[in-house]
Design a protein around this ligand. Sequence first.
Ligand SMILES: Cc1cc2nc3c(=O)[nH]c(=O)nc-3n(C[C@H](O)[C@H](O)[C@H](O)COP(=O)(O)O)c2cc1C
Length: 367
Amino acid sequence: MGVAWRLFGNPALRLIDSENAHSISMKALKTIGETQSGQSLLNALYGSPEVPIEVFGKLFHHPLGLAPGFDKGAEALLSWSAMGFSWCEYGGVTRYPQDGNAKPRMFRANKHHALVNKMGFNNPGASEMRKRLSARKSANRWPKSPVAANIGRSKKVPNEHAADDYAATLELLWDHADMFVLNISSPNTPGLRDLQGHEYLGSILKSCNSIRSMKGHSKPILLKLSPDTNDDDIRDTVSFSQQMGIDGIVATNTTIKRPIPLSTQSRKAFSSEGGLSGRPLHSRALEVINMVYDETDGKLPIVGVGGIDSKDSAWEAIISGASLIQLYSALVFNGPTVVSSIVKGLKKRVNESGFSSINEAVGYKHI
Ligand SMILES: Cc1cc2nc3c(=O)[nH]c(=O)nc-3n(C[C@H](O)[C@H](O)[C@H](O)COP(=O)(O)O)c2cc1C
């Protein structure tokens, strides 16, 4: 297991195609993280301390979760808490199965600690996901920590029918997540970002709200924003969604903007179409978190994501207004120890700042 697990942080993985490296890591996780002994081992190596926070009426062991895109098919759900995350988000899932875009579709820019991806929601579709998740539950392999589902629009469905598409996936997955994120912000599905307009967004939120009322059991529904939308439109989308009853905002998805490349590798990565994640995204993600906090007077929970890879970047996101945070790219560049090192750092910062809990730090910058 030591060997398999070290693959995750093995520099050799940096030499092979990014998506293959990811598949190798996922395979290792699937075998290790799904057994009791593997979980104990992961937990001994990577477990995080408690920095409890209550959000959406739920107690999280600490704020840091796994961002969606890493475990698209919810195949290693038991691994994430053993690796020190307090929650995870699987997906993006679409109503219909999709292969995604042609490979290669994931590129690394090591010098920048950045990735560019144009995956295009490759996933088995909501009905198949539901089957797999039901089987997992029946086999008693469901995590104790909160699980979120990321929902995207099927590529073949036009925006005019997006509301039905999102609602159908939400209904199919309803029993298989504690919270749901409507992803209208991936740059890799043509036209997806246009769904931020009132007309489309209004009908998506309405149809998702009616699924929720039909189910009779309230679970939070969040909206994930693009960092590339201009500030006025972000504010407008946030206040409109708040009026429409959204429970939280995720800031942010990947960006289509690019920094100046520092190497041949990054030039190649940045010349690909798709969304950039990792360190260069952090400052814009922070701006959006701050904007959402201001626009909602801190009343709507925010999930902060984008370039979080250290205790400092995590703390900045929290004092800017995020109650929960997530990461993806840092797992690739820093390896799995990044999780516990961030959480330990947050615990220390809470104590040093004299807060009685991390809840008091959320949005502290705005006071
Ligand atoms: C390969 C890859 C696939 C992703 N897939 C999704 C997805 O399906 N749904 C989604 O909302 N975000 C997706 N994301 C975006 C991440 O969840 C996150 O918002 C973004 O990577 C910024 O966080 P990071 O800088 O910590 O990576 C993906 C990111 C990457 C790198």
